[in-house]
Design a protein around this ligand. Structure first.
Ligand code: R5P
Length: 297
């Protein structure tokens, strides 16, 4: 057993599934906060000579990234053979351009910080909009695992006769893949964002799809503003209650209240960020990607 997996925070059960499949030892550690908010970290399972997997999902990244970077640096200092990061959700991908003079393009800075401490990175569907791949900003080998097959499998098993709706142009990459896998019709709305929470989307043209179940699918639900705007249009058109699906359910602040107010019935997410809606497990594709990258080191 050369691998050791330190769980720095992920959805319940994910660390165990990865460790079992990869024959990795579950690394013992203590991670806590000092009263002043700084973090304390101690690795009780020695990483010397081992291939280390750090499992850390990076929603709320300003809280989670420093402990993860400290863990990586400590593993290396204590003689780890390699240190890879499994981040089911990868943060700071949406700031991918300087919209206004002086803005920080944080995706680049974040990528530089992580690339300096890690040997490789595996994540699930990073928000690739203006970047074609993580290689444009990460200088370490990486794999982006696609959630589409797992989303499609869940839909096949749970929703009869769906019509998929993507709330904006960026969502078309997921919506098209999932729809083609289950042979369902799909459409993409136009979105206009005027602030962090202020979002308008075009009205979906659903007349052709009467009798189907609307499924709203996006990569991320953060404030819920995008999904809520799409939901309120669909709900006004006399369809059965739509199913909302997202790869990453961040649910910032009062997102769930906003979604319920807009008519949300069921919401389903992948277990990339821990939440009660995690019905879709991404362990299997993560395991394949980790195997591919970790054997190279
Ligand atoms: C944006 O391009 C993404 O695909 C999501 O639509 C967006 O991040 C959702 O954010 P929010 O829930 O805050 O509207």
């Amino acid at each position: 057993m050369t691998h050791v997996l330190y769980d720095l925070g992920a959805a319940p059960g994910l660390a165990g599934k990865l460790a079992d499949a990869l024959d990795a030892q579950a690394g013992a550690l203590e991670l806590r906060r000092f009263p002043d908010g700084e973090c304390y970290l101690r690795l009780d399972t020695p990483p010397a000579g081992r291939d280390v997997l750090l499992l850390c999902t990076l929603d709320r990244p300003d809280l989670k990234s420093l402990p993860m970077l400290f863990a990586a640096a400590t593993c290396r200092e204590l003689g780890a053979r390699s240190v890879g990061l499994v981040a089911p959700y990868l943060a700071y991908m949406r700031q991918d351009i300087r919209f206004r003079p002086g803005e920080a393009v944080t995706s680049r800075h974040y990528a530089k910080m992580l690339s300096a401490e890690l040997d490789w990175l595996v994540t699930v569907d990073p928000h690739l909009h203006r970047y074609d791949s993580l290689d444009e900003i990460y200088s370490i080998p990486s794999r982006s695992v696609a959630a589409a097959p797992a989303l499609a499998a869940w839909l096949s098993a749970h929703v009869v006769s769906p019509v998929l709706i993507g709330p904006d142009a960026e969502s078309s990459q997921w919506v098209a893949d999932v729809a083609s896998a289950i042979n369902a019709p799909w459409l993409i709305l136009e979105k206009r964002r005027s602030g962090d929470r202020e979002v308008e989307v075009s009205v979906p043209q659903l007349d052709l799809h009467r009798g189907r179940t609307p499924v709203l699918l996006d990569d991320i639900v953060s404030t819920g503003g995008t999904m809520a705007a799409a939901l309120s249009h669909v709900c006004g058109q006399g369809f059965v209650s739509p199913v909302c699906m997202a790869v990453h359910g961040i649910f910032a602040g009062d997102a769930e209240t906003a979604l319920k107010a807009a008519g949300m019935g069921r919401i389903v997410t992948c277990n990339t960020v821990a939440h009660a809606s995690n019905e879709i497990c991404v362990a299997a594709p993560l395991i394949d990607a980790i195997r591919e990258l970790s054997v190279r080191h």
